[in-house]
Design a protein around this ligand. Structure first.
Ligand code: V3L
Length: 86
């Protein structure tokens, strides 16, 4: 975004940036002070808990990933939505 911040979810040894569309949706819900939202990501509905800053699949809540809103150029950034930085 214009302020240099983006949205990330946890991977192995680093953070993946959310895809563009999902990032915009997250930013909208964040700015509106929503405590959670449900978003369709790669064919699955995810519950994004903006209070505890975690995400999980709606139909399989065992795997929780931490999420964060942070500067785009953080160290440990792996890529965008599973596409690695070369
Ligand atoms: N955006 C895109 N794909 C996601 C997201 C998301 N917000 N959340 C989960 N997945 P789970 P390393 C990730 C994918 O949590 O090597 C990365 O994007 C997730 O993809 O049980 O471990 C990489 O593609 C996983 O494939 O819902 O850091 C991949 O893991 C699948 O949904 C490997 O990354 C199940 O995750």
């Amino acid at each position: 975004f214009d302020d240099g911040y983006g949205w990330f979810y946890e991977g192995v040894n680093g953070w993946w940036q959310y895809d563009d569309r999902t990032s915009k949706e997250l930013e909208f819900h964040h700015k509106a002070s929503h405590t959670s939202c449900e978003l369709l990501i790669a064919g699955y509905v995810y519950i994004i808990d903006l209070t505890n800053m975690v995400q999980c699949r709606r139909n399989d809540r065992t795997k929780k990933r931490r999420i964060k809103r942070d500067l785009i150029n953080i160290p440990g950034r792996k890529g965008v939505a599973g596409l690695k930085i070369s």
